[in-house]
Design a protein around this ligand. Sequence first.
Ligand SMILES: [Zn+2]
Length: 142
Amino acid sequence: MRDRISLKEAIKFHGHLGPYLVLGIRAGELALKKLKCKKYFGLEVEIYGVEEKPKSCLIDGLQLSTGATFGKGNICKIKAKNIKIIARNLKNNKEVTISFRPSLIKDLSSLKNHRDSEAFAQKLLRINTKDLFQVKTKSVVT
Ligand SMILES: [Zn+2]
């Protein structure tokens, strides 16, 4: 994919390598694929349950991969108990909801320190998306 963000670019933007950054990139790429949507414009992204760090790092990963940004106003965060990402293709009204698999939540909660987190972030790059996320796609009636 031409517009695919490299990990190097992502770290340069975000400042460090962490699991939530990688998960944001992977979830964003998956959302674009599911919605058959181009990057930057014509989409809308909502992120739930990322009030505090490091969970909020997910936001940067999503901005980098989807091109939806706070500057353009097509991404927003919403207070919630659990993490969930909803992305919408504004051209065909398709919507995808992405949440973390229980096994992923368990793995994330077991990370003890910075080194663990970095190693896990590297690992996340290679895990199949279906083993990371639960995905629901639907068409929105307007
Ligand atoms: Zn971070």
